[in-house]
Design a protein around this ligand. Structure first.
Ligand code: SF4
Length: 75
């Protein structure tokens, strides 16, 4: 799945991706605390680098953000 996502991003195929609006983040830590695979989500938001090799596309941390900072969608 990870290799498939990397190829999709490389050839710019529409795929499920994360987007962030970093300015909305209030640093509440909810996303990092609720991530089922313990990704450093808040640090990812700060860096705007939302791709992570261990991300499993579950969407849990996007759903846990009350500030609508993180979006999961096709683009
Ligand atoms: S849950 Fe949302 S507001 Fe809270 S730290 Fe994560 S991205 Fe920022």
């Amino acid at each position: 799945m990870i290799i498939g996502r990397k190829i999709a991003h490389k050839v710019k195929v529409i795929s499920l991706r994360l987007s962030v609006v970093r300015e909305k983040c209030v640093h509440c830590h909810r996303c990092t605390e609720r991530c089922p695979v313990s990704l450093p989500v808040e640090a990812m938001v700060d860096s705007k680098l939302m791709e992570h090799s261990e991300y499993i596309l579950c969407g849990t941390f996007a759903d846990s953000c009350n500030e609508n900072t993180i979006f999961l969608g096709f683009r």
